[in-house]
Design a binder for this molecule. Sequence first.
Ligand code: ADP
Ligand code: DP6
Ligand code: CO
Length: 330
Amino acid sequence: MTPTPGTATARAYPNIALVKYWGKRDEELILPVAGSLSLTLDALPTTTTVRLAPDAEADAFALNDAPQTGEAAARVSRFLDRVRGLAGSGARAVVDSRNEAPTGAGLASSASGFAALATAAARAYGLELAPRELSRLARRGSGSAARSIVPGVAVWHAGDDDAGSFAEPVPAPELRMVIATVDTAQKAVSSRAAMRRTALTSPFFPAWITSTEESLAAMLEACAAGDFTRIGRITEAHAMRMHAVIQSCDPPIRYLAPASVALFDRIAALRGEGLEAYGTADAGPNVCAIVRPEQAEELADELRGLGGRLGLGAEAVRVVGPGPGAETLA
Ligand code: ADP
Ligand code: DP6
Ligand code: CO
């Protein structure tokens, strides 16, 4: 199919961080206080179409068929301003997006959302961007989106400046992730607001930054060595530290629910029974566990059993693997 000039559709997948991004050193440029590392998934994508509307006076943004106003629309429009600046265009756009992941629930909708928007908007406005430049552009919409441009395991370099802060692929052993969806509701405090509050009010924030830098260095070594056990131990300890620093802000924020804690406890117990898995959770109650491919279904069955006892539906638990980078569809 020949693409229509001024219209483009792109798809991008969420990524779950194994070493987390939590804190900005520059809110305008979205430069993180430390680098991070994640797995881009092969499920729950965002698909976004951008259509230039030169006669329109304002951008329009619909998410899952619902016209958006307020902060969600303003955030998309600010992002398009940046694309327009790069393209030397004044044209407004109509943006239509569909998330297969729940929005704002800690399953990285802002990552897949802005990676898809960056890819579609770049094409619609006629920008030819190399993956590194596309990653930098996506970063300006949502920091974690820089990593959803990249397939599989990605490191996002903190960088010294705008040009140095992008994500790229990292060789790593084969992993699977089992996602246990505890709650699909939109979080009460967005990642952006919670991150800001943590940096401003947590007495533990400086230690969190140092610890993240150490975890990332160790994680890159473990990935290069193909050492699943080390990858897993770093992942779980680091996730607990992130939730600890979040809980230590004023007023405090807690993303983990009782069911999330029960899942973490079960994952730890399973390790004692020879099923080696390690848990993590982004800014929400949903728990993701990494596991070797050959044990993924066994882990999913175990977590489904617990999920049933916790009142979660059978469809709440699913196995995902490494997925593709952001791609233009038309
Ligand atoms: P999540 O854990 O889902 O990433 P965040 O708090 O980081 O939650 O971000 C949620 C916000 O990201 C939404 O309120 C909206 O502003 C934005 N967002 C989510 N999906 C999309 C999308 N497909 N296109 C543009 N913006 C999106
Ligand atoms: C816990 O990228 O959603 O998922 O840059 O303000 O849009 P903004 O925040 P966002 O934060 C992600 C936080 C996290 C950890 C991670 O993905 O590394
Ligand atoms: Co997000």
